[in-house]
Design a protein around this ligand. Structure first.
Ligand code: B12
Ligand code: SF4
Length: 499
């Protein structure tokens, strides 16, 4: 009997999370074909294990999940090796990278299929077609190559999350003990990573979720989320929750219902949302959320420039003034807003780009002044190809191009691009990038993130006093003293590692 191998390439240096992407895919073939799981986050070298399985276990299909960034470092060479050594194996990629960069994936020559967005129906249908010699061309959410042409089939409507099968946690536990995934974070000592909805109803022009979900969103009901969390708590000891949804808070009703369910469980929880959405929540809802354990919420603040916000198509109702007011409102409810900013967006001239960076730095300091507890996450703008948007066209006009070969994505240059560290975009000079990075270092020194559970009060005080002058006077240039301390104390980078 043919078997399936599901591989989650390494994505984090420490704190592995429950690998929800391959777990969802596993749930869709439960009872259909037998499968094994390999998690790069918990293997020193996953190739050893994969090689062993391929030699001994009659593996015919290998499913690999991949987001841009470090996961490619294992996904690419391992896919290539599998095809070289076991040419009869069929390799299927899924996840954000495969969906948004499908041409480069399929042109590699060693990946047979890509799944475009949700895979719960496409994956079992494809395996069924391949196993039983049936045509696969009409399966939705599928990308494949026919001759030299890359074909993308129609997209399915979003699935009802309540109707999707229960995730096979027990099976995962037989490969890797689930307790290893319940890590210590700011939220609790055994944090559960849970994904409760698909997509997002908005269409921000820079966002990788948009081309996949096209402004659609569907969430699992509060009752079923609660049942799953309770199961993970009772069976594996989870005591805090990190929601991995792109936009957890779309429905106020669902959020409040969930808050009421979870309150007696005494679990701190966190999720990602939009400022303008949550600002419409009533005071009563925010109080209920806080009482139920919602300590911090992540928001894409992006920029303090209203014109740019419009260009980013943030739904039209996010404004600088709204962000200021909201930061103050969150303080009243004792919920920490985590604002993420994208600095270094393209403009017509270098002066304009620099001016915008300066304005955003000033805006961030203003927000910190209004509510010092606001956590700030800074990214350097890295374009994603949301074709047709004004911003995308501007990026192309500037001469920017994506790599044409899959292997190029793991060259050191592109790795930095993926991590939004140094995006190689033609409009950003080293001086601009240094300014953003230096300001970030000073900001993180003056206001060390509360999510770094290892940083003691004493170390925080030292960091704060050393960065005081720089922060107040605006002299951010080359803060080597702070960099050295952050290196010494292994300061965490929430923008790369999450909590
Ligand atoms: C958890 C997470 C992380 C964790 C990973 C922890 C872990 N598990 O190892 C951490 C914090 C390390 C992380 C880091 C980064 N992440 Co991340 N991450 C996520 C997050 C929040 C959840 C992923 C998840 O589990 N989803 C739940 C599953 C069920 O959904 P899914 O992955 O989409 O899977 C479905 C389909 O895609 C498909 N599918 C997926 N895989 C496969 C495989 C096969 C074989 C098949 C058939 C189908 C299939 O079927 C699944 C079920 O429908 C997503 C956002 C999101 N909501 O998905 C961002 C996200 C994937 N990350 C993103 C990014 C950009 C990053 C970073 C590069 C961020 C940065 N610094 O800039 C880093 C670096 C990545 C790295 N280190 O490799 C982006 C990708 C955007 C893009 N351009 O494509 C996302 C979409 C967030 C966002 N909205 O911008 N991330
Ligand atoms: S609100 Fe967030 S997830 Fe939704 S489209 Fe905008 S950036 Fe993407």
């Amino acid at each position: 009997m043919n078997r399936v191998l599901l591989f989650n390439p390494r994505s984090a240096r420490y704190k592995p999370r429950i690998p929800n992407s391959i777990l969802s895919i596993a749930s869709s073939i439960e009872g259909m074909l037998d499968y094994v799981m390999v998690d790069g986050n918990l293997e020193i070298d996953p190739w050893d294990k994969i090689h062993q399985y391929l030699k001994e276990e009659n593996i015919k299909y290998v499913g690999i999940t991949c987001m841009p960034g470090p996961q490619l470092k294992q996904a690419i060479p391992i896919s290539k090796k599998i095809k070289e050594l076991f040419p009869g194996t069929i390799i299927i990629w899924g996840g954000y990278f495969a969906s948004n960069q499908s041409n480069v994936v399929l042109n590699s020559g060693y990946i047979d299929f890509a799944i475009n967005g949700p895979g719960e129906k496409a994956f079992p249908s494809l395996l069924d077609a391949l196993e039983n010699n049936k045509p696969y061309e009409l399966i939705h959410n599928l990308i494949y190559k026919s001759g030299d042409t890359i074909i993308k089939t129609n997209k399915d409507e979003l699935y009802e999350p309540d109707e999707l099968p229960f995730l096979p946690y027990e099976k995962l536990n037989s490969f890797y003990p689930i307790r290893k995934y319940l890590g210590k974070t700011y939220l609790g000592s055994k944090t559960i990573a849970y994904h409760s909805s698909y997509g997002c109803p908005f269409k921000c022009s820079f966002c990788a979720v948009v081309p996949i979900y096209n402004a659609r969103w569907k969430g699992r009901s509060a009752q079923l989320i609660y049942n799953d969390i309770k199961y993970l708590k009772e069976n594996f000891g989870g005591n805090a929750i990190e929601f991995h949804d792109n936009n957890f808070f779309v429905s106020e009703k669902r959020t409040v219902e969930f808050s009421k369910f979870i309150e007696p469980e005494n679990m701190i929880w966190w999720g990602e949302g939009r400022i303008d959405t949550i600002d419409k929540y009533s005071d009563e809802s925010l109080t209920t959320m806080r009482q139920s354990g919602c300590r911090m919420i992540f928001f894409g603040a992006e920029t303090g420039n209203d014109e740019l916000l419009k260009k980013m198509d943030k739904g039209g109702t996010q404004t600088a003034e709204g962000m200021r007011k909201f930061a103050a409102r969150m303080a009243k409810f004792d919920i920490i807003p985590e604002y993420s900013f994208v600095l270094g967006t393209p403009a017509d001239t270098a002066e304009q780009v620099m001016k915008q960076i300066d304005q955003d730095i000033a805006f961030i300091k203003e927000i910190k002044h209004i509510n010092p507890k606001t956590e700030i996450v800074i990214y350097v703008y890295s374009p994603v190809p949301t074709e047709g948007s004004d911003m995308y066209n501007q990026v192309l006009q500037s001469g920017f191009r994506f790599p044409e070969k899959l292997e190029d994505w793991i060259s050191p240059h592109w790795e930095n691009f993926d991590l939004r560290k140094n995006p190689l975009t033609p409009w950003l000079t080293p001086e601009m990038i240094n300014k953003i990075k230096d300001f970030e270092t000073v900001l993180n020194g003056y206001y060390p993130t509360v999510s770094d559970v290892k940083l003691s009060g004493f170390k925080r005080k030292i960091l704060r006093s050393i960065s005081f002058l720089r922060y107040k006077t605006g002299v951010y240039w080359k803060p080597y003293e702070l960099k050295a301390l952050q290196l010494l104390w292994k300061y965490r980078q929430p923008e790369i590692e999450g909590f």
